[in-house]
Design a protein around this ligand. Structure first.
Ligand SMILES: Cc1cc2nc3c(=O)[nH]c(=O)nc-3n(C[C@H](O)[C@H](O)[C@H](O)COP(=O)(O)OP(=O)(O)OC[C@H]3O[C@@H](n4cnc5c(N)ncnc54)[C@H](O)[C@@H]3O)c2cc1C
Length: 399
C-alpha cells in the first residue's frame, strides 16, 4: 500500500530522525508529529554533563539540523498520545483529538524508574528531561550535599558533574561496583576508584532503605544502618519504556514494544529508540537498547521498513554503542558485553586509564570498551560486525 499519511509519536531523538528520514526518502504525504513535551526536540546526553555543570543553557541542546518547519509536519508538541486503535488506524490524544494514519512510528522512549515505597519529598529528583535537569541544577545551587542513588551511566555522570561543581557527593550502588552491570567488576572497580579520587563517597554493595525528611529530603538511610545527610537526592536506577499508552492496542508489549527483526510491530506500525524491543537476528535475541546511537540508527531502519514494506525490509542488526563522560574520562562501549564476560586489555593499560579492552564469552568476541581511546574503539565496533571468535579478534591485532 502506498502511504499517504504517517503519524510519528515521540518528538525527541528517534522521532526527529524518523521524520527527517521520511522526508529525505521522498515521502511527501502528511506527517502528524506528536510529542508529550512542549519543547522542540533536544539532546539528552548534555543534561547530565554540560547542563548540570552549568556550562550550557538549554538553548545549546536543540537537535534539529535545520528549521523544524522545513520538515512540513503537522506538529502537536505538548500533547500526549493516550491510546492507539490499531484496527481503525487512529491515535487518540489527550484533549480528545484523534488522528488517522496509514503508517505509524512509535518513538516514545522511556521514563526513569523511581524508588518504590518512598515519600514524595522536595529535593528528590530523577533526570530525563530538560525540565528535570534545570530543576535539579537550581536545587544544586541551593544545597551542597548530594546523594546519588544508582551507579549506572546516569548516576555516575551526575556524581561526576556534581563533584565538578564542588558539591559534597555520595553515590550508592547496590551491586559490588558502579557500572558493574554494564562493564563487569574489574572496570567497575576502576570507576569506583576514579570517583573516590575525585572525592565522591562511593558506597557499594548496599541498598537504600529509606529516603527521609519532613517536607524536604534530609537524609538517606542505607540498608547497613548508615545515614547520609542530603539536601538533594538524584535517583538514577534505570528506566521503563513508555508503552502505557499502547495498552489494549493489540501490540505485544514486553518491556518495550515487541518488534520483528525489521523494527515492525504490526503491519504499517514500526518502533524505534528506547521504547523498541526488536529481534536481533545475528545475536539471536530480542533486545532493547537505551543509547543515543541506536535511536538514530533504528529510526532510519524503521522508516525504511515502513516505506518499502515487509517484503523489501532489511534486518536491523546493529552493534550497540554508548559513550559516557565522567571527569576527564571518555568511555565508550561497543557490542553486547555482559558484566560476567572475560575481559582482555588489547591496547594501553587500565592503570593509565587509557586503554581498549575486549570482552569474550564462550570463545566469541562480544564487545569492546575504550577509555580515552575513541578512534580505536570505533575500529573495534567495525570488527564486531564481523562476528569473530575471540582468538580471531586478538590475532587481527598482530596481522
Ligand atoms: C541525562 C541523560 C544522559 C544521557 N547520556 C547518554 C550518553 O552519554 N550516551 C548515550 O549513548 N546515550 C545517552 N543517553 C540516552 C539517550 O539520550 C537515549 O537513548 C535517547 O534519548 C533515546 O531517544 P528516544 O527518542 O528513543 O527516546 P526519548 O529521548 O525518551 O524521547 C521520547 C519522547 O517521547 C515522548 N513521549 C513519551 N510518551 C509519549 C506519549 N504517550 N505521547 C507523546 N509523546 C510521548 C517523551 O516525552 C519524549 O520526548 C542519555 C539519556 C539521559 C536521560
Amino acid at each position: 500500500m502506498t502511504l499517504k499519511s504517517v503519524a510519528v509519536v515521540g518528538a525527541s531523538l528517534a522521532g526527529l530522525r524518523a521524520v527527517e528520514a521520511l522526508r529525505r526518502s521522498g515521502f511527501d504525504g502528511r506527517i502528524d508529529w506528536i510529542g508529550a513535551e512542549p519543547h522542540a526536540p533536544y539532546d539528552r546526553p548534555p543534561l547530565s554533563k554540560q547542563v548540570l555543570r552549568g556550562e550550557w543553557g538549554p538553548e545549546r541542546i536543540g537537535l534539529a539540523r535545520g528549521e523544524i518547519s522545513a520538515l512540513h509536519a503537522e506538529l502537536r508538541f505538548g500533547v500526549r498520545a493516550e491510546r492507539l486503535d490499531t484496527q481503525a488506524r487512529r491515535v487518540h490524544l489527550a484533549g480528545g483529538e484523534s488522528i488517522g494514519f496509514d503508517g505509524l512510528v512509535i518513538a516514545t522512549g522511556a521514563s526513569p524508574r523511581r524508588l518504590p515505597g518512598q515519600p514524595d519529598l522536595e529535593g528528590v529528583f530523577v533526570l530525563r528531561s530538560v525540565d528535570d535537569a534545570l530543576a535539579l541544577r537550581d536545587a544544586l545551587a541551593r544545597g551542597p550535599r548530594v546523594v546519588v542513588v544508582g551507579g549506572g551511566f546516569i548516576g555516575a555522570e551526575v556524581a561526576a558533574s556534581c563533584r565538578q561543581r564542588g558539591l559534597d557527593v555520595a553515590m550508592v550502588e547496590a551491586l559490588g561496583q558502579p557500572l558493574e552491570q554494564a562493564l563487569g567488576p574489574t572496570l567497575g572497580a576502576l570507576f569506583a576508584d576514579l570517583h573516590r579520587e575525585h572525592g565522591v563517597d562511593v558506597r557499594t554493595g548496599v541498598a537504600v532503605a529509606a529516603i527521609e525528611g519532613e517536607r524536604r529530603v534530609e537524609r538517606v538511610r542505607l540498608a547497613d544502618g548508615s545515614v547520609l545527610p542530603a539536601d538533594v537526592v538524584v535517583v538514577g536506577i534505570g528506566v521503563r519504556p513508555e508503552t502505557q499508552w499502547l495498552e489494549g492496542s493489540g501490540l505485544e508489549l514486553r518491556d518495550g514494544v515487541v518488534c520483528d527483526g525489521t523494527c515492525a510491530a504490526a503491519p504499517g506500525v514500526v518502533a524505534a529508540g528506547d521504547v523498541a524491543r526488536f529481534w536481533h537476528a545475528r545475536y539471536g535475541e530480542s533486545m532493547r537498547v537505551e543509547h543515543w546511537t541506536n535511536a538514530v540508527e533504528q529510526a532510519e531502519a524503521a522508516v525504511a521498513t515502513l516505506l518499502h514494506g515487509p517484503a523489501a525490509a532489511k534486518s536491523y542488526e546493529p552493534v550497540p554503542y554508548v559513550w559516557s563522560d565522567q571527569y576527564d574520562a571518555k568511555l565508550a562501549v561497543a557490542g553486547r558485553p555482559r558484566g560476567s564476560d572475560e575481559l582482555r586489555v588489547v591496547d594501553g593499560s587500565l592503570e593509565a586509564r587509557r586503554f581498549v579492552a575486549v570482552f569474550g564469552r564462550d570463545g566469541r568476541l562480544t564487545g569492546a570498551v575504550g577509555m580515552n581511546r575513541m578512534r580505536k574503539l570505533m575500529d573495534w565496533r567495525q570488527k564486531l560486525r564481523e562476528d569473530l571468535s575471540l582468538d580471531e579478534a586478538l590475532a587481527s591485532l598482530t596481522s
